[in-house]
Design a protein around this ligand. Structure first.
Ligand code: BTN
Length: 254
């Protein structure tokens, strides 16, 4: 298996890099570790059917092809953990190099990357199952790199805003690929270590915060994420539940 990022397919403009990656898997032109990178996306997709906007030429929009050889469908959230940790690590290193505290970077379940309370990166992981195993995964990553202005409602930030300087997209992409290869190897050889590293970086862990559970506001605190990717949360009465993304999301006020 070639290391992630050995082959980077650069596009000036696409609808969505995840869509281009899906096409490449379909026609057999893309292999494990290949990366589709676009300077501009006109129909970038986010989780839960939302749109994802990246400023042309300023921010990173890419999709990585992964072909796990024996990953059980029940364990597929490990992929989300690996990619979240990889992007977390890249952002934390940029902050460290700029003399800023890397502890400000956290993973907001399931796999947003925040600096303090502002989102700097999001991921869209699209897995294709074959029976009980994951056959292919398209890992779409949107990382705000050089955008400087965000609508207040977005609660977003960028590497430029956090470090005070602009960063070259090819270098950021190389770092993302290298970090993803590291986490991919950890997932294959030591998934328990991957899970505990992810857990250690969870945003708002142990702090009571607003959630929406089954459509209703609910105060609880996150304790961990289980093997199925469900957030393990404890309510004010001490009741502990593991809830998936179909039942639980963070509320607007944290
Ligand atoms: C989210 O936070 O909602 C996920 C955002 C994922 C955006 C990336 S940008 C590259 C790739 N192509 C897409 O269309 N989406 C992902």
């Amino acid at each position: 298996m070639q290391p992630i990022g050995t082959r980077i397919l650069e596009h000036a403009i696409v609808d969505s890099t995840n869509a281009v990656a899906a096409q490449g898997l379909e026609d057999g032109s893309l292999a494990h570790g290949d990366v589709v990178w676009a300077l501009e996306q006109v129909a970038g997709r986010g989780r839960r059917g939302t749109a994802w906007h990246t400023e042309p030429g300023l921010d990173l929009a890419c999709s990585v092809i992964l072909k796990p050889e024996n990953l059980q469908a029940a364990d597929q959230f490990l992929l989300a953990k690996a990619v979240a940790l990889a992007v977390h690590d890249v952002v934390a290193r940029y902050l460290t190099a700029a003399g800023k505290a890397p502890e400000r970077v956290r993973i907001k379940w399931p796999n947003d990357i925040l600096v303090d309370r502002a989102k700097i990166a999001g991921m869209l992981v699209e897995n294709e199952l074959r029976g009980a195993v994951v056959a292919t995964s398209i890992v779409g990553i949107g990382l705000n790199v050089n955008s400087a202005v965000f609508a207040d409602a977005l609660q977003a930030t960028s590497l430029r805003n956090e470090t005070g300087t602009r960063h070259g997209l090819p270098e950021v992409l190389q770092r993302v690929c290298a970090a993803m290869e590291t986490e991919w190897q950890r997932m294959l050889h030591d998934p328990a270590a991957l899970a505990s590293a992810y857990s250690a970086q969870l945003w708002a862990k142990g702090r009571f915060t607003e959630f929406i559970r089954d459509g209703e506001p609910w105060q609880a605190r996150a304790l961990d994420v289980d093997a199925h990717g469900r957030l393990v949360v404890e309510g004010r009465e001490g009741e502990v539940e593991a809830l998936g993304m179909e039942r639980l999301r963070f509320g607007v006020r944290h």
